[in-house]
Design a protein around this ligand. Structure first.
Ligand code: SF4
Ligand code: SF4
Length: 141
């Protein structure tokens, strides 16, 4: 019985495995265009705090290694500032990849991390509106 449950669990886990093609479809990014110049990471304001750097994200996706990215702390460090998108000479858009992978994690958990009802109590008059939009992109499906 236990073995059956394990097999079923394994099957479900395998079925949920996300492919490179899925991430490229969600993000609209063609990872094959990357020439590994590292400009995205060099321009990232939180690059030094990331366990997997923006240019590495592109390579991981290109190799179809999505699971380590889903477990990466970088998903939540990214500020969605899009500096990496602006600096990339090949128009690869690493931030879009990070966003797409973050979305798969949030969807798998089946819930938003932020709902509009929670906003008023978090609001600070000094907050730039851009930050609120980024938070919605980051924490909701
Ligand atoms: S800047 Fe663009 S081409 Fe260069 S490593 Fe980053 S994603 Fe690849
Ligand atoms: S969007 Fe994210 S990965 Fe890209 S530069 Fe900004 S913080 Fe770094």
């Amino acid at each position: 019985m236990r073995r059956e449950a394990e097999t079923l669990g394994e099957a479900l886990r395998i079925r949920r495995k996300i492919s490179r093609e899925q991430i490229e479809t969600i993000s609209g990014v063609d990872t094959a265009k990357c020439m590994k110049c590292g400009k995205c990471t060099a321009s990232c304001p939180v690059g030094e705090e990331m366990d997997i750097k923006p240019h590495q994200f592109v390579s991981y996706v290109n190799r179809g290694e999505i699971e380590p990215l889903q477990k990466s702390g970088s998903l939540w460090k990214c500020l969605s500032c899009f500096a990496c998108v602006q600096r990339c000479p090949r128009d690869v858009k690493p931030a879009k990849l990070i966003e797409a992978i973050r979305l798969t994690v949030i969807r798998e958990r089946g819930q938003n991390y932020l709902s509009p009802d929670e906003i008023p109590q978090l609001l600070d008059p000094q907050l730039p509106q851009q930050l609120l939009v980024s938070a919605f992109r980051k924490y909701s499906k």
